[in-house]
Design a protein around this ligand. Structure first.
Ligand code: SF4
Length: 230
C-alpha cells in the first residue's frame, strides 16, 4: 500500500514524531502492529490539509485498518467514504477519494486531524492519552491560524477541543447539530461518521450533510463580511 510521502518521519514542530513515546499503551500497540503489518503506516497520523484552512475537522483517533494503515486521516475505511463524499459536495475537497493517500484528493480551505494521533486498542483511547495528545491538537487552533469553524466528530473530540480552551465540557455540552461560540471560532458538533453510527442510523448521510451545509453557509457569510469591510 502506498504511504504518504512523509511516512519515514514527519515531525514538523506541531506534529508528533513518528516514534512519539508519550503514551506507553499506544506505543506497545503500535509496536505490535509494526511487527504484524510492516507495510502499514503504524505511526501517529499527521494532520491532512492546508495550514491556513478556515475549517478544522477533529476526529477521534486513527482506525486500525484505515488511517493507521494508510497514514492519512479517514483514509481506508468506511468513515472516509462518507466524510470525503460530503466534503467534496460542499466544496471543502476536490478530486476523487479512492481510499489511498496517493488518490490525488485535495482539501480546500479544510484541514483534518484527530484528538488522538495513534491508533488505540478497540478504538478506545483512555483519558490520559487524550490529555497527552492534546499537546498536538492545541497548535491546530493557534492564533496564527485562521480557523473560523471547527467540526468535532463525536464527544471525545468535542470535549478535548473545549479543554484546549480551558473550558469545562459542561459549559457547552456535546449534541449532534449543536453549534457553540468559542470566541475566534464556532464549534459544530456531529456524531462521528463511523460505520457503527451509520449502520445503527444514529447518524444518517443527510444528518451529516446538514452539519456541513451549515458550516459552508457560516464560512461563506464570514467571507462576505470580510469583503464588505474592505
Ligand atoms: S497518542 Fe499522541 S501523545 Fe500519545 S504516543 Fe501517540 S502521538 Fe504521542
Amino acid at each position: 500500500m502506498p504511504l504518504p510521502a512523509h511516512a519515514p518521519g514527519h515531525a514538523s514542530g506541531h506534529e508528533p514524531d513518528r516514534d512519539c513515546p508519550r503514551c506507553p499503551r499506544l506505543v506497545a500497540f503500535r509496536e505490535t502492529w509494526r511487527a504484524r503489518q510492516p507495510g502499514w503506516f503504524n505511526a501517529p497520523v499527521p494532520s491532512f490539509g492546508p495550514d491556513d484552512a478556515r475549517l478544522l475537522i477533529v476526529g477521534l483517533a486513527p482506525g486500525l485498518q484505515g488511517a493507521n494503515a494508510t497514514g492519512r486521516p479517514f483514509t481506508g475505511d468506511w468513515a472516509g467514504d462518507l466524510l470525503y463524499a460530503t466534503l467534496i459536495e460542499f466544496g471543502f475537497a476536490r478530486g476523487q477519494y479512492d481510499e489511498r493517500p496517493d488518490d490525488g484528493l485535495e482539501l480546500v480551505d479544510c484541514r483534518i486531524t484527530n484528538a488522538v494521533r495513534c491508533v488505540p486498542p478497540e478504538n478506545k483511547p483512555i483519558g490520559a492519552e487524550i490529555a497527552t495528545c492534546r499537546d498536538y491538537l492545541r497548535p491546530q487552533l493557534a492564533a496564527d491560524r485562521p480557523v473560523r469553524a471547527v467540526v468535532a466528530l463525536g464527544r471525545i473530540a468535542h470535549d478535548s477541543l473545549l479543554a484546549t480552551l480551558g473550558r469545562r465540557a459542561a459549559s457547552a455540552p456535546f449534541g449532534h447539530g449543536a453549534v457553540h461560540d468559542c470566541g475566534t471560532f464556532s464549534l459544530y458538533d456531529s456524531y462521528h461518521c463511523s460505520r457503527y453510527n451509520t449502520n445503527t442510523r444514529r447518524l444518517t448521510p443527510d444528518m451529516f450533510r446538514k452539519v456541513f451545509a451549515d458550516v459552508r453557509r457560516f464560512i461563506d457569510r464570514a467571507d462576505a463580511g470580510v469583503r464588505r469591510s474592505r
